[in-house]
Design a protein around this ligand. Structure first.
Ligand code: G3H
Ligand code: 13P
Ligand code: ZN
Length: 311
């Protein structure tokens, strides 16, 4: 099976009350860890490449690695641009083998977001590529953009129908209290998501796939390993997994996870190096790192996403 776009995946996920995991990829070990988990649990996957990942690993290397993952596993896998910053980046990914792109105009005035998103949709659909738009702004750090909690804004449900019908997007990322990175809530603050906004959005857009960014749970077990082996992340807090599971049973069809993969990988490497200080062959520490990625993705599929057995 070749790379697929997200159309059929999202239709099945919406109807089945589960979500597809969308995992950021930056190198071979991350890709292998994710797809091994997908293969073991027979889960469809979205592999996401950010602007930063393209700058780090090179577009062609990442496309070829993901194509190899498809060939090795036979799973339905979509290759998706994460937070496309402009039309040119989206076009370059569409022309260069991606099957899905996000155009992130969420920081723009509403009419400019509509115009830019529609321009990307027109080009993408002519090439069989699906498009994710965004309304509302998440807090947190992504690439070179840092949105403070004060500048973040929830999605306005009164805008979603107009945005989706005028742009023609295939899915919509909304802001309901998730945020990018490992510090989603302040210590002592009770984690909360605005399920009322999600519910209102889904009433305005029946059957339409919704996306959650910033949906890592910052799994405490891995933060603890990092802190125990010389790291310093005392205040890292994520979204409780039961809240994400609840959203997947509602209209959310795609859940974005990056920070949890970073934590799993870094924890495994820190632990390995601390326990084996004389080792210097990268394969020795990247093997447990890849296994940690696989374990994290299996955990997400079973606990949060519910997409096991749906490939
Ligand atoms: O939205 C942010 C993702 O975690 C990707 O992060 O832009 O540093 O690759 P990155
Ligand atoms: P996390 O930082 O919560 O993993 O979110 C990743 C994300 O949404 C990337 O687009
Ligand atoms: Zn994001």
């Amino acid at each position: 099976m070749p790379l697929v776009n997200t159309k059929e995946m999202f239709k099945a996920a919406y109807e089945g009350g589960y979500a597809i995991g969308a995992f950021n990829v930056n190198n071979m070990e991350i890709i292998q860890g994710i797809v091994e988990a997908g293969k073991k649990l027979n889960a469809p996957l979205i592999l996401r490449v950010s602007k930063g990942a393209r700058a780090y690993a090179n577009h062609t290397y990442l496309v070829k690695l993901v194509e190899a993952a498809v060939e090795e596993t036979g799973l339905p896998i979509a290759l998706h641009l994460d937070h496309g910053p402009d039309f040119e980046t989206c076009k370059s990914c569409i022309d260069g083998g991606f099957t899905s792109v996000m155009i992130d105009g969420s920081h723009l005035p509403y009419e400019e977001n509509v115009a830019l998103t529609k321009k990307v949709v027109d080009y993408a659909h002519a090439h069989g590529v699906t498009v994710e738009g965004e309304l509302g702004q998440l807090a947190g750090v992504e690439d070179d953009v840092n949105v403070s909690a004060e500048d973040a804004s929830y999605t306005n449900p009164d805008q979603v129908y107009d945005f989706v019908t005028r742009t023609g997007v295939d899915s919509l990322a909304i802001a309901i209290g998730t945020s990018h990175g490992a510090y989603k809530f302040k210590p002592g603050q009770k984690p909360q998501l605005r399920f009322d906004i999600l519910e209102e959005v889904s009433q305005k857009l029946p059957g339409f796939p919704i996306v959650l960014h910033g949906a890592s749970s910052v799994v405490p077990e891995f933060v603890e390993i990092i802190n125990n082996y010389g790291g310093e992340m005392p205040d890292a807090i994520g979204i409780p997994e039961e809240m994400l599971r609840q959203s997947a049973q509602m209209a959310v069809c795609k859940i974005n996870i990056d920070s949890d993969l970073r934590l799993a990988m870094t924890a495994a490497i820190r632990k390995y190096m601390a326990e084996n200080p004389s080792h210097f062959d990268p394969r020795q520490y990247l093997k447990p790192a890849r296994e940690a990625i696989q374990g994290m993705v299996e955990h997400k599929i079973n606990t949060v996403l519910g997409c096991g057995g749906k490939a």
